[in-house]
Design a protein around this ligand. Structure first.
Ligand SMILES: Cc1cc2nc3c(=O)[nH]c(=O)nc-3n(C[C@H](O)[C@H](O)[C@H](O)COP(=O)(O)OP(=O)(O)OC[C@H]3O[C@@H](n4cnc5c(N)ncnc54)[C@H](O)[C@@H]3O)c2cc1C
Length: 321
């Protein structure tokens, strides 16, 4: 009865958020006195699959049917159900993501499994199975008890402090029977965001708002992001105005990020923006208006003009490096 972790891949490698989920799952397995198995769907190198062992997986089930290459949610759910049955798993862990949430909900429906999303800590197994989850876009926590034979946990970024080991996992080919019904929706193509650093996965994010005045001024934002090795993001009006691509829009109606460092440049800090960024570990706000609401959510604030502050900050970081 191993703990099963669904690990997502990107460009043939297990995503960082999924490595965190594997570590989380392996810690739960230790608490339950069992082992952790990672399910990887799609093409990945043998080395990357075995490296799941560094994060605590004893075994990797590798489902590499060519039809699964496009992240088909219905098929993923069927593969995950088969893997749960194959491993007789009573706990399933995955990283919270748009794909993970959709797959988890389907699996919960198929198996009548209890499901909790936005989990922020390891569960408390003393007298039941209790988990802490983030609610109201990060403004509060709920403590919930999970019941039932199978429990599915979608974990938030930074739910556990990962420590990487040197073990390798045994990799097994996993080929569950899939029928046409699993492929009721066909992905005809995917268009990848151009940024080299994936925003939802990024540890460092430099984000800018309407205070930048226009798309022609984004060079100073990109320079700072490049100096730090950060992803770039923006407020909603900025993407609505087509100053930046929509996949960079963060907030209540955009991408939710939880980096170690979020630098907000010329963003007022409206509640809808904060809803997508308030799980960041450290928030730095640069705004010329000392009364800007974002300063209330900031760990560090610089009252100043972005056109003066950003080039100086970039220079200082380049000098440090
Ligand atoms: C239903 C709904 C959903 C929404 N969802 C989102 C969402 O997901 N994400 C989101 O971001 N917004 C969202 N919004 C919009 C949100 O309410 C704000 O309008 C938006 O976040 C403001 O964007 P901004 O801070 O870039 O622009 P502004 O509010 O115009 O703020 C610009 C800031 O830049 C500062 N500034 C100006 N010039 C400079 C300078 N030279 N140097 C330094 N600072 C300067 C100003 O002091 C100001 O604080 C939503 C709104 C609604 C109603």
């Amino acid at each position: 009865m191993s703990v099963l972790i669904l690990a997502e891949i990107d460009n043939g490698a297990i995503k960082k958020s999924s490595l965190e989920a594997i570590y989380y799952g392996s810690e739960v397995a230790k608490m339950k006195g069992t082992t952790a198995t990672a399910l990887v769907i799609g093409s990945a190198s043998a080395g990357d699959l075995a490296a799941a062992g560094n994060f605590g997986a004893a075994k990797v089930l590798h489902a590499n049917d060519a039809r699964l290459a496009q992240g088909n949610i219905m098929a993923y759910a069927d593969v995950l159900v088969s893997a749960i049955q194959h491993e007789s798993s009573d706990v399933v862990v995955l990283a919270k993501s748009s794909l993970g949430d959709a797959v988890a909900a389907r699996v919960s429906g198929k198996l009548k499994a209890s499901i909790v999303s936005n989990v922020t800590e390891l569960p408390d197994l003393s007298g039941g199975f209790k988990v802490k989850r983030s609610i109201y876009t990060g403004k509060a926590f709920a403590h919930v008890e999970m019941k039932g034979d199978c429990k599915i946990l979608a974990i938030k970024k930074n739910a556990v402090l990962v420590s990487e080991g040197t073990a390798t996992a045994n990799v097994e080919v996993f080929s569950p029977a899939l029928n046409d019904a699993s492929f009721g929706v066909k992905v005809t193509g995917t268009h990848k965001a151009s940024s080299s650093i994936s925003l939802p996965e990024a540890d460092l994010v430099v984000s800018a708002g309407r205070g930048l005045k226009g798309p022609e001024n984004w060079g100073i934002v990109e320079d700072l992001a490049n100096a730090l090795g950060a992803a770039t993001a923006c407020s909603k009006p900025v993407s609505d105005l087509d100053w930046r691509p929509h996949h960079e829009h963060v907030g209540q109606t955009g991408i939710k990020v939880a980096p170690n460092l979020y630098i907000a440049c010329g963003i007022s800090g409206a509640i809808q923006h904060l809803a997508g960024v308030n799980s960041s570990k450290v928030i730095v706000v640069i705004n010329k208006d000392p009364e800007a609401p974002f300063f209330k959510a900031a760990d560090y604030g610089i009252v100043g003009d972005v056109f003066e502050v950003l080039p100086k900050l970039t220079k200082a970081i380049q000098a440090l490096k």
